[in-house]
Write a protein that binds this ligand. Structure first.
Ligand SMILES: *Cc1c(COP(=O)(O)O)cnc(C)c1O
Length: 462
């Protein structure tokens, strides 16, 4: 039967000449169709050899086109299940949006909107004012404007306020944030000269003051996102820096990175500065990401004094770094949850951060039971572990969790993890002590059946 099937496999050119083959080529190109059909034929050959394809030779052609279609339907960007326990995982798209944000996005995405239209006046309006009033209410700033991400926000701010001049930064803050955002390089590209002060572990307010000269344009503070210097350290208080800046008539810019809008200690997230506190401390401009602790879409939010924000708005770079309607929709819906005091109830990232360990334990134990039923070959154990906020938010902080450790009788952890990544909805876990572990803190309950499906397929013999 296997031999008969293998003999019945059609050639690529025969498939291309069939109606379905022509259709496939018409949708894309002949070359593309040929590549897809070749890949589908490879798949079918492997499946036949492994005894997995049990069809009549006459049905083989439709099986090949079926495989080609399924290869076709995988876009490059796909949904995955994040079982790493890293809540704001930069590689996995950072913050999942709230239901309200998703509805807001779909509302503007599928139709027209007043993106740049003034409904009162009935004529062209401004794009760059969406989200401004709610941001001002929330953080107590005079004005706000939104850019593509926080890297863009910092770039815009420095280019507007300090191009051709010097920016004073503490040596302890010349950090590289994941993905190649290096503060010194961003400064240089923004057209500014870096003036380093202090030492890696200690910088005093007098160090800033001593470095100020006629070329100084900005005092910059950067949140040391993905690391923490511990021990003999000091970093001047934002209030003191604001005071020095004011005395010299210079703007003080505070790049917070993570835009925390809630009481971080209450979620066990240490002393992460809230945006409102940074503004209240006297920063003239505060920048932060939309998709870190804020829990919204990718965006860079610039808040602060109206005169400065107005100058930033008029920078021609703003046109290149602006955001689209879907981002404004998601951002305003996310911010609305804060205004209504419903942030921890609505915003997935906050819900995950706030999830009590006992809830994770009971879900983990129910999952272990289900795995034992559907994939008895897998060895499943529960153990205490740690989840992390991720994306450089609250560095050095982690949260207690319960991990589901999974072992395959004859596959190493890496291979088992590889199998989970090839599931129809790929599952990304973590390897710890040579074992694959899954952390349900970052897996929505509704996705657990998909996770079980993936484990079912991964639990087959090697
Ligand atoms: C994350 C971060 C950035 C970059 O923000 P993106 O939104 O990822 O572009 C800049 N500065 C600090 C301090 C950060 O933590």
């Amino acid at each position: 039967m296997t031999k008969e099937l293998l003999r019945a496999i059609p050639a690529v050119h025969e498939l291309l000449d069939m109606d379905e083959g022509r259709l496939l080529a018409a949708r894309t190109s002949r070359e593309h169709a040929r590549d897809r059909l070749r890949a589908a034929l490879d798949l079918v050959r492997v499946e036949i050899a492994a005894g997995l394809l049990d069809v009549d030779p006459a049905e083989l052609v439709s099986a090949v086109f079926g495989r080609a279609a399924s290869l076709e339907s995988h876009p490059s960007l796909r949904r995955v299940i994040n079982a790493t326990g890293v809540v704001l995982h930069t590689n996995l798209g950072r913050a999942p949006l709230s239901d309200r944000a998703i509805r807001a996005v779909s509302m503007v995405a599928g139709g027209y909107s007043n993106l740049e239209y003034d409904l009162d006046a009935g004529r062209r309006g401004r794009r760059d004012s969406h989200g401004e009033s709610v941001l001002c209410d929330l953080v107590g700033c005079e004005a706000a404007v939104v850019a593509n991400n926080n890297a863009a926000a910092v770039m815009l701010v420095l280019n507007t306020l300090a191009s051709g001049g010097e920016v004073i930064v503490s040596r302890g803050e010349l950090v590289e944030i994941g993905g190649g955002f290096r503060v010194p390089e961003v400064l240089e590209r923004a057209g500014c000269t870096l003036r380093e002060v202090g030492t890696t572990n200690r910088t005093r307010v007098e160090d800033y003051e001593a470095a100020i000269n006629e070329r100084t344009r900005v005092l910059l503070r950067v949140h040391p996102s993905n690391f923490r210097i511990i021990g003999f350290t000091s970093r001047p208080d934002a209030r003191d820096l604001a005071e020095v800046a004011r005395r010299h008539g210079l703007p003080f810019v505070d790049d917070l990175g993570s835009g925390c809008m809630f009481d971080a200690p209450s979620l066990g997230l240490g002393d992460e500065t809230r945006v409102a506190d940074a503004i209240a401390a006297g920063a003239d401009i505060v920048t932060f990401s939309g998709d870190k602790l804020l829990g919204g879409p990718q965006a860079g939010i610039i808040t602060g004094r109206a005169v400065l924000v107005e100058r930033i708005r008029s920078n021609p770079l703003m046109r290149a770094l602006r955001v689209d309607k879907m981002v404004y929709a998601a951002l305003e819906a996310t911010l609305a949850a804060y205004v209504e005091g419903r942030a921890t109830a609505e915003i997935p990232a906050l819900r995950m951060l706030a999830m009590p360990v006992e809830e994770i334990r009971s879900r983990a134990s129910a999952l272990a039971g289900r795995i034992a039923l559907v994939a008895p070959a897998l060895r499943v154990t529960l153990e205490d572990g740690r989840s992390v906020p991720g994306a450089g938010s609250a560095p050095g902080i982690d949260l207690p969790t319960v991990l589901v450790a999974i072992e395959h009788p004859d596959l190493p952890a890496e291979a088992l993890a590889g199998r989970l990544r090839t599931a129809p909805t790929p599952v990304i876990g973590r390897i710890e002590n040579d074992r694959l572990v899954l952390d349900l803190r970052t897996v929505p309950e509704a996705d657990e059946p998909l996770l079980v499906d993936a484990l079912l397929a991964a639990g087959t013999p090697a």
